[in-house]
Write a protein that binds this ligand. Structure first.
Ligand SMILES: [Zn+2]
Ligand SMILES: [Zn+2]
Length: 279
C-alpha cells in the first residue's frame, strides 16, 4: 500500500495545531510516500468583516523554514511544501505577485469565502435560498480556475455544502448539472487536479467532492485526483485514506497525482482492504 497525503496545515497556519517538525515526523512515522504541507494563505480574509483579524501566514518566515526542511533527509517520504490559497477576485493580483517569488511544490486553489464571510461560520446561508447560494458558488469555482498564478489542485469542491445546514445539502441535483459539467470540463482542459478531502466534520458526508461529482469527472475524462486529509494535527495525517482510496478505485481511477515543484507524478492507488470502512 502506498500512502500519500497532499494537504495539511501546521502551526504556520492560523488554525494549525502542531509545529511543522511534529507534523512531518508523524507523516514519516506513518510511512507516507508523499506528504504535503500546504499552509493557509488567506488573502481573501482581508476582504472579510471578521476574518480579516485572523493571523495571516508569514510567507517569508515560512519559506525560510521550508528551505531548512528541504536540506533534510526524510528517508522514503517525499515532503512537499506549498500553500492553500483562498480565492477571491480582489486578492488575485496580490497572489500573482507573491506566489511568483516562491518555488512551492504544490498550490491548492480553494474557495472558503463568499460575500466577505467564510462559509465555515454558517452566516452566509441565513435567509438565502439554497439554489442562489449553490449556483453562485459553482460560478465562483469556475471563475477561480482562471487566476493569474500557478496552482495544481482544486480544494474541497463542495466546501460550502458541509456548513450550509440545508436538509438537502447535496450539489448532485439536476439543476446544477450544467454548471458542474462546465466546471469539470474546464478542470480537465486545464489539466488540474481534484482532491478527495476527508476533513469534513459533517453528519452524513465523509468526503468531498460528493461521489456523483467524482463519477461525472471520471466520465468526462478527468483522471487527476489526489488524496487530502487536510490534517491540522499529527493524528489526522492520512485520516480516512482507505475510504478515499476505495471510493477512487470504485469510480474507476487507478492513480493519485502528486506534485513536486508543480510537476505532476502519478502513484498507483492501493489500500489495505482489511481496513476498509465502508462508503
Ligand atoms: Zn480549505
Ligand atoms: Zn486546508
Amino acid at each position: 500500500m502506498t500512502l500519500i497525503d497532499s494537504h495539511s496545515h501546521t502551526a504556520f497556519s492560523h488554525d494549525g495545531r502542531a509545529k511543522a517538525e511534529l507534523m512531518i515526523e508523524a507523516a514519516v512515522g506513518k510511512g507516507l510516500a508523499y506528504y504535503a504541507v500546504t499552509e493557509h494563505l488567506d488573502r481573501d480574509y482581508k476582504y472579510c468583516k471578521k476574518e480579516r483579524f485572523l493571523r495571516q501566514l508569514n510567507l517569508k518566515k515560512y519559506l525560510r523554514a521550508v528551505e531548512k526542511f528541504r536540506e533534510r533527509d526524510f528517508g522514503d517520504t517525499f515532503v512537499a511544501f506549498g500553500v492553500e490559497a483562498g480565492y477571491c477576485a480582489e486578492a488575485t493580483e496580490w497572489y500573482a505577485e507573491k506566489l511568483s517569488g516562491y518555488d512551492f511544490d504544490v498550490v491548492i486553489n480553494s474557495i472558503h469565502t463568499m460575500h466577505g464571510q467564510d462559509a465555515y461560520f454558517g452566516k452566509l446561508f441565513r435567509g438565502r435560498k439554497k439554489d442562489d447560494v449553490y449556483t453562485e458558488y459553482l460560478d465562483l469555482l469556475l471563475e477561480s480556475l482562471h487566476v493569474p498564478y500557478a496552482f495544481d489542485v482544486i480544494g474541497h469542491i463542495g466546501y460550502i455544502t458541509r456548513y450550509s445546514g440545508y436538509p438537502d445539502f447535496t450539489l448532485c441535483e439536476d439543476r446544477y448539472a450544467e454548471r458542474i459539467d462546465a466546471l469539470l470540463k474546464e478542470i480537465i482542459a486545464l489539466d488540474k487536479c481534484v482532491e478527495i478531502n476527508t476533513h469534513i466534520r459533517h453528519p452524513v458526508m465523509k468526503y468531498l467532492p460528493e461521489k456523483g461529482i467524482l463519477r461525472r469527472y471520471f466520465e468526462l475524462g478527468g483522471r487527476r485526483i489526489t488524496f487530502s486529509s487536510d490534517a491540522h494535527t499529527p493524528a489526522d495525517i492520512g485520516k480516512d485514506f482507505d475510504l478515499a482510496a476505495s471510493v477512487a478505485l470504485e469510480t474507476g481511477f487507478t492513480d493519485w497525482t502528486v506534485y513536486k515543484k508543480h510537476s505532476p507524478e502519478t502513484v498507483a492507488i492501493t489500500f489495505d482492504k482489511n481496513q476498509e470502512k465502508g462508503v
